[in-house]
Design a protein around this ligand. Structure first.
Ligand code: CO8
Length: 258
């Protein structure tokens, strides 16, 4: 839509589609993009008609990292008090599941952006990496924490310390990527996954995501307690009664989000 300069936003049924759109900079994340992306995610997240969000880039790049040209002359104060990336916090706050559809480069902040999502689908052209160390910095949008959880300490350490890229097949084998598809099928596959999620009960999808997230943020005992309570609370929903009735009646469930 025309309200944004750096992203394209589109509603496809119950799926909110956001495409990063700074082709001149391989979708590098500048402050405008961070702010606009945050606003678009927050708006879809607040919309009950949206059951899943897809975040995509271009054929050449999902995002080639933070905008190095914008960042180069910043001070410590600039990066803390007035962080150009504050808008991206909206992704971490979103209750709605987010699918990253990655083709081409997902480097630095671009890889970290994908890891802020819930599912990463990759085109066979995708390349992931945390090259910050080659620029004299380290990952700053979650790379050292989320990559370590996703692929384990030792593989993450190698990538962060050398700055090398891994291709889609290696990223899938390592557990970062759910599935690799031919580049020409990436958008269709992302849409199919998103539609499948969006067809479920919205409050149940929120609960599933929240419980999954708890696994990243708590110890096992606390996470299990959270899951058990969240599971029990779902028995207050019409959608739980509907889902189980539909199974017994051998028909598809009709979820209402109630
Ligand atoms: N920032 C700004 N501009 C970029 C970026 C970037 N990250 N990446 C590419 N571009 C620009 C290039 O400068 C070029 O513009 P121009 O034609 O005006 O010179 C255009 O995009 C096309 O790029 P290339 O010509 O370089 O394309 P190639 O196909 O030759 O190379 C690469 C593609 C390998 C992706 C290469 O562009 C590259 O190495 N890019 C930088 C990758 C990188 O280092 N990313 C990490 C950035 S640091 C970071 O993300 C930290 C995030 C944490 C922030 C924490 C805040 C609290």
């Amino acid at each position: 839509s025309s309200e944004f300069q750096t992203i394209l936003v589109d509603t496809r049924g119950r799926v909110g589609w956001i495409q990063l759109n700074r082709p001149e900079a391989l979708n590098a994340l500048n402050s405008t993009l961070a702010t606009e992306l945050g606003a678009a995610v927050a708006a879809f997240d607040a919309d009950e008609q949206i059951g899943c969000i897809v975040l995509s880039g271009s054929e050449r790049a999902f995002a080639a990292g933070a905008d190095i040209k914008e960042m180069a002359d910043k001070t410590v104060r600039d990066m803390t008090v007035a962080s150009p990336f504050a808008g991206l916090d909206a992704l971490g706050r979103a209750r709605t599941p987010i699918v990253a559809a990655v083709a081409g480069f997902a480097l630095g902040g671009g890889c970290e952006l994908a890891m802020s999502c819930d599912i990463i689908l990759a085109a066979d052209t995708a390349k992931f990496g945390q090259p910050e160390i080659t620029l004299g910095v380290i990952p700053g949008l979650g790379g050292t924490q989320r990559l370590t959880r996703a692929i384990g300490y030792f593989k993450a350490a190698e990538l962060v310390l050398t700055g090398r890229m891994m291709d889609a097949v290696e990223a899938e084998r390592a557990g970062l990527v759910s599935r690799v598809v031919p580049a020409s099928q990436l958008a269709d596959e992302a849409m199919a996954v998103a539609e499948s999620i969006a067809a479920k009960s919205l409050p149940v999808a929120y609960a599933a995501k929240e419980a999954l997230r708890a696994s990243l943020e708590s110890g096992l005992a606390e996470g299990l307690r959270f899951e058990r309570q969240a599971f029990a609370a779902l028995f207050a929903l019409d959608d739980q009664k509907e889902g189980m009735a539909a199974f017994r009646e051998k028909r598809a469930a009709r979820f209402t989000g109630r």
